[in-house]
Design a protein around this ligand. Structure first.
Ligand code: AHR
Length: 493
């Protein structure tokens, strides 16, 4: 099967923020996952788990969204600053009803971002907060001179502003963020946006409106119409859930072949959603090119047996690896409109990068895909074409191959390929034009049974291996993609 890379056609630069992540106060994502706390025996730096931070740093995480999610519209940031012993508690009413001590707040989140070397993206509280509260948060983070909030920040030990660029104006305003109608939210968005100020000409903030759920195109149209001129981007949330019944979404492991293909078919729907929402934004607001921020995506399965149903803890298999690969390929190929994406969620929740248990940590197959794809960040997207055959089960038919490619500033080309068939290997012949003098090809492949996963006792069950059998030809190369696999090929001079 041929895969063509056309170096003469590109949609532009792949925004590195497409490789962003999301971490909510939910289950063990923050507490126990990213944050061990100041008095933990687990090795940490200023409370952040060293093992988790090191693993995530290796992904070159560009941007991290926090504190939610649904949690964001219950969160009052001033309860999470100042001496920890004086902080109020908060009951996490969305997720498990647990009481949190607010020991992880604004300073801790921004310290985590510093350690990860990534940009923060803060979702403010519109659902149960006030305009003043949100406006103060921006001033607290970004005001360099003298002001009430800058003084409060200094009192809490931080002199310099953090210059937080990305601000979300609420989250899922159509649901847990206030059950609003789009026109009403659009008006609120205008009001909030007015008071989210720039405190420094060099560091303009970037405002992201709460966007649609899945295919709610009416939401996108109305918010873009009412508030499009006061924001920079709109979000989109789309989770891959195998079964329609939300109470029986399907197990993360031990799934059937049918569920495997349903999951992949539903993942491919992301392309349609990205294109339709963008077209609506463009038609509604042609002068102001709003970006699309897919700030929640990934698999959502039933929680693992005997775990808190509100904690959304699920295992992560080769099926998840394919879901990650397909979504990232789609985002790469829509880099002219997708300005950011954030997989849900970084640690211990939904489609996580790493899982922890006490002091143990394991990398998931999804982690490995992000690692193999990191060369796409800020590279020039290249047009690709893949000959495919249809594979699947019953009504769930999908193309066997899914690809994207990009060229880095140094001329090297990264081609990422997923083989969706759970049983059949796919011999590929890769041909290219317009990418300069290329003659060396190296590959890495992540492969396994569709249900294969890593555990704390067998952490390397699924891990990337060098791709063997690559044959360089006059005009490209050949290789064989194993069944159910993701490969990254680097083509250099
Ligand atoms: O990621 C879990 C939840 O999914 C988020 O809190 C919410 O925004 C979405 O419904």
């Amino acid at each position: 099967m041929r895969i063509i890379i056309n170096g003469n056609r590109s949609k532009g630069t792949i925004n590195k923020n497409i490789y962003g992540h999301f971490s909510e106060h939910l289950g063990r994502c923050i507490y126990g996952g990213l944050y061990a706390g100041d008095n933990s025996d687990i090795p940490n730096v200023n409370g952040m788990r060293t093992d988790v931070v090191n693993a995530l740093k290796d992904l070159n995480i560009p941007v991290l969204r926090w504190p939610g999610g649904c949690f964001a519209d219950t969160y009052h940031w001033q309860d999470g600053i100042g001496p920890k012993e004086n902080r109020k508690t908060i009951v996490n009413t969305n997720w498990g009803g647990v009481t949190e001590d607010n020991s992880f707040g604004t300073h801790e989140f921004l310290e985590l971002c510093r350690q990860l070397g990534c940009e923060p993206y803060i979702s403010g509280n519109v659902g149960s907060g006030t305009v003043q509260e949100f406006s103060d948060w921006v001033e607290y983070c970004n005001m360099g001179g003298i002001s009430p909030m800058a003084s409060l920040r200094r009192l809490n030990g931080r002199d310099e502003p953090w210059h937080v660029k990305y601000w979300g104006i609420g989250n899922e305003a159509w649901g847990c963020g206030g059950n609003m109608r789009p026109e009403y939210y659009g008006d609120l968005c205008r009001q909030y946006s007015t008071y989210l100020r720039n405190y420094d000409k060099e560091h303009k903030i970037y405002k992201i409106a709460s966007g649609a759920n899945v295919d709610d195109y009416r939401w996108t149209e109305a918010v873009a119409r009412v508030a499009g001129h006061v924001i920079d981007a709109m979000s989109l949330h789309y989770y891959t859930v195998p079964n329609e019944d939300w109470h029986h979404k399907g197990a993360a492991t031990g799934f059937t072949t049918e569920e495997y293909y349903t999951t992949l078919r539903k993942t491919l729907y992301m392309k349609t959603l990205v294109e339709n929402h963008t077209n609506i934004m463009r038609m509604t607001n042609p002068k102001h090119k709003l970006g699309l921020v897919v700030d929640e995506w990934g698999t959502w399965f039933d929680v693992e047996p005997d775990t808190n149903p509100g904690f959304l803890y699920q295992q992560n298999t080769m099926r998840d690896a394919l879901v990650a690969a397909i979504n990232l390929n789609i985002f790469n190929d829509h880099c002219d409109v997708v300005v950011m994406a954030n997989i849900a969620q970084t640690v211990n929740v939904l489609q996580a990068m790493v899982l922890t248990e006490g002091e143990k940590m394991v990398l998931t197959p999804s982690y490995h895909v992000f690692h193999m794809y990191k060369g796409h960040q800020n590279a020039k997207q290249l047009e690709t074409y893949a000959e495919t055959k249809t594979v699947g089960c019953g009504d769930d038919q999908v193309p066997n191959l899914h690809v994207s490619a990009s060229q880095a500033a140094n001329g090297s080309v990264l081609l990422t390929v997923a083989n969706l068939s759970d049983t059949e290997a796919a011999p590929v012949e890769v041909l290219w034009s317009g990418i300069g003098r290329c003659g060396k090809v190296e590959g890495t492949v992540l492969a396994g049974a569709s249900g294969a996963y890593n555990t704390f006792d067998a952490p390397e069950n699924v891990k990337p291996q060098p791709m063997s059998g690559i044959q360089v030809t006059e005009s490209g190369f050949t290789a064989v993609m194993p069944a159910c696999s993701v490969a990254a090929f680097t083509i250099t001079e």
